[in-house]
Design a protein around this ligand. Structure first.
Ligand code: NAD
Length: 383
């Protein structure tokens, strides 16, 4: 027997910038970043792909981008900003994926150029995937425009699209070159979207940071009014906790069996699919969090007082706790397939995050059908 040993590691570094009105000529945040990445003798291209929910509410955006990028000496803007349908539909349409890959090809975007996604988590997941697989990896920049994408999905390392109704079945781990959170975009969000975007902050606080959870409780009245200062702090702290976990837990590309940041997500992903994506991701996660919190209490892990605080906060933020498709008859009930699919997505042993206390997650490797059924009936009847 003989073999050749290969071993190397790659360092990833990226910043998440917080700014306002990114394409105002007076705002140099975006330009400074690009100029810092300019290379002598190379004119790099910039291809913008934008969520139509954003262009609808910000009709002047394309003009602003053209004017702003016209001042960058080392970059060439692909003239037409590509506009794609926003929302989960963007991740359910393989033709749209191919169409964007074609755009990368036709506009001659190479590995030194940048694909820049502007939009909600769905469009950013799609754009990140297009960039990651074209030429085996074109650099990409994210400009998230929803609460959820600014505090969670846009600041991490994953991308993906749905396949055969399965969430994120196709996708890669590909860190962005940079992320720019522009608070200006949040002002045009539909109430359902900014509200449901806050749920990932509730989730990460429950798993990791009791102080942050208590802060949300104290600030719930301001958060429900989308008061700018509190919303900005929520986004910042939530993004910080997600990034600290991804970079600090030693498994950024999830090669183990555990996904602590996916607390509440096994049921959520299934509910999204079962409702034909009528439920927003954040709404489904809220229901998933409620279910797994009640389950944690019923199994004796979580103190009752903590459960009441969780339910109270979700209700204060006007987030849903129950959906009829959560109902469990037996092990063949539709929602139960979510457990198997959750396990299969990562491989290895089923690993579900539950709660030991507010701020303290704990992993288990099985879920009891009867207890789950009881948890669902409590969500249906009690709250
Ligand atoms: P979304 O992207 O589905 O967008 C919701 C709606 O908001 C869409 O209609 C969109 O057009 C519109 N919109 C976007 N920005 C707007 C703006 N500024 N003004 C007005 N309308 C605007 O919703 P989301 O909550 O941002 O993202 C959900 C997606 O993120 C799900 O597919 C979920 O699976 C994914 N996600 C990914 C990760 C990850 O790590 N990659 C993590 C969490 C969630």
């Amino acid at each position: 027997m003989s073999y050749i040993q290969q071993s190397f590691s790659i360092q990833f570094d990226y910043k998440v910038f917080f700014s306002e009105n990114l394409f105002d000529p007076a705002n140099t945040c975006f330009a400074d970043f690009l100029e810092s990445r300019a290379e002598e003798g190379i004119r790099k291209k910039l291809l913008f792909i934008v969520d139509d929910g954003v262009t609808r509410h910000h009709p002047q955006l394309q003009e602003q981008i053209t004017a702003y990028c016209g001042n960058l000496s080392s970059y060439e803007l692909v003239q037409d900003v590509v506009v794609v349908p926003g929302g989960e539909a963007a991740k359910n349409d393989l033709q749209l994926f191919y169409w964007l890959v074609n755009a990368v090809d036709q506009h001659g975007i190479d590995r030194h150029s940048y694909v820049i996604g502007i939009g909600g988590g769905s469009v950013l997941d799609l754009v990140g995937y297009v960039a990651a697989v074209s030429h085996r990896g074109v650099r990409h920049i994210r400009i998230p425009t929803t609460v959820l994408s600014q505090n969670d999905s846009g600041v991490g390392v994953k991308n993906g699209i749905n396949y055969h109704g399965k969430k994120n079945f196709l996708g890669t781990f590909a860190p962005p070159a940079a992320v720019f959170n522009d608070s200006r975009f949040l002002g045009t969000l539909d109430e359902r979207d900014w509200r449901s975007g806050m749920v990932e902050a509730v989730k990460v606080a429950l798993i990791k940071d009791a102080t942050f959870f208590a802060w949300m409780e104290s600030n719930a009245p301001l958060l429900t009014e989308a008061e700018s200062g509190s919303l900005q702090y929520l986004i910042y702290r939530c993004a910080e906790l997600h990034m600290a976990h991804i970079g600090g837990a030693g498994d950024p590309f999830e090669s183990g069996s555990s996904r602590p940041l996916d607390f509440g997500h096994w049921a959520a992903h299934k509910l999204e699919q079962l409702t034909d994506f009528e439920l927003r991701h954040g709404e489904a996660v809220s229901i998933g969090i409620a279910l797994d919190s009640v389950y944690s209490w019923l199994t004796g892990m979580l103190p009752e007082a903590d459960l009441h605080r969780i339910v109270r906060l979700l209700k204060q933020l006007r987030l849903p706790l129950y959906h009829p498709l959560l109902e469990i008859e037996d092990e063949n009930s539709a929602i139960m397939a979510g457990l198997g699919e959750f396990r299969e997505h990562l491989g290895g042993r089923l690993t579900i995050s539950l709660l030991r206390a507010i701020g303290k997650g704990e992993e288990v490797h099985a879920m009891d059908l009867d207890v789950l059924r009881k948890a669902v009936s409590m969500l249906r009847d009690k709250w």
